[in-house]
Design a protein around this ligand. Structure first.
Ligand SMILES: [Fe+2]
Ligand SMILES: [Fe+2]
Ligand SMILES: [Fe+2]
Length: 279
């Protein structure tokens, strides 16, 4: 099988991981704090590692990681139904990985896909167990229908965070500069914290987080990536600052200011890296 074909298959797998991550995080956020929500978040984190490995492998094969998100299963009224959807999502993943393991002859990639497959089989069993657990424990959808200026700001924040997570991950995969790569990965993880905080705030306040993103910068030169990243960080640091000033709830104000400070830090880190890159 030629490299391009392998990249195509790996990108299909990557899109499936992307869909699973957002589907599972949506469920975990909607359930609020609790043991099952934590376990679902842990599964989503394993899917993130898969996404990372798949993306790195496509780059090793001179391909570009796909940013598309595969099909999600977001239906279902009760938590038990969501868990049933997650079982189906894992089944699709398992079937696809099995097909790709059969089709790909490169031993290193085969080994990687088998490694991922074993995780998916374990997730599949976990979600089957969660179907019963949700029924027994009466796990609830805690989301509400609140819509006002606060939920608008939280929605904006979530959309921004999701966008930069994808952007920094993509940049980390594409840059040949190891220091930039490491910082991009680090800051992407920090942005994942932000999205979690904002989504939890949203659910806690009676809203319904909508996890969508806007346009991701696809620069291929490191300096261009950094310029794009600095621009977005400067804009959002200011936007978080303005938003914090509008908040009456002191905890929410504090949270937005904390995120703002992180964004200022990101701007400074990226600015230093750009200086080194263009020296
Ligand atoms: Fe999985
Ligand atoms: Fe952020
Ligand atoms: Fe940031």
């Amino acid at each position: 099988m030629d490299k391009e074909k392998i990249v195509e298959l790996l990108n299909q797998d990557l899109e499936g991981e992307h869909a699973a991550i957002i589907q599972y995080l949506t469920h975990a956020y909607a359930m609020g704090e609790g043991e099952m929500a934590c376990e679902i978040e842990a599964i989503a984190r394993e899917e993130m590692r898969h996404l990372d490995w798949l993306a790195e492998t496509t780059v090793e094969l001179d391909g570009a990681p796909s940013l598309k998100r595969g099909e999600m299963r977001m239906g279902g009224e009760a938590v038990a139904e969501w868990m049933g959807n997650n079982v189906l999502q894992e089944e699709d993943g398992i079937n696809q990985y099995k097909e790709h393991i059969k089709a790909i002859d490169n031993p290193k990639i085969k080994r990687l896909l088998k490694r991922i497959l074993s995780d998916e089989e374990s997730h599949h069993a976990d979600f089957q167990h969660f179907v019963d657990k949700a029924k027994k424990e009466g796990a609830k959808d805690l989301r509400g229908s609140r819509r006002d200026e606060v939920t608008q700001i939280l929605d904006w924040g979530i959309e921004h965070e999701y966008t930069v997570i994808l952007q920094y991950l993509l940049h980390s995969y594409l840059t040949p500069n190891d220091e930039v790569k490491e910082e991009m990965q680090d800051q992407a993880i920090n942005e994942m914290q932000h999205i979690g905080w904002l989504a939890e705030e949203m659910v806690g306040g009676g809203g319904n987080p909508r996890i969508e993103h806007t346009k991701v910068d696809r620069s291929t030169k490191t300096a261009d990536m950094l310029r794009a990243d600095i621009k977005v960080e400067k804009e959002v640091a200011e936007a978080y600052d303005r938003a914090a000033k509008k908040m009456k709830d002191p905890d929410l104000k504090k949270l937005l200011l904390r995120i703002r400070d992180h964004e200022i830090y990101h701007t400074e880190v990226f600015t230093d890296l750009l200086r080194e890159e263009t020296d």
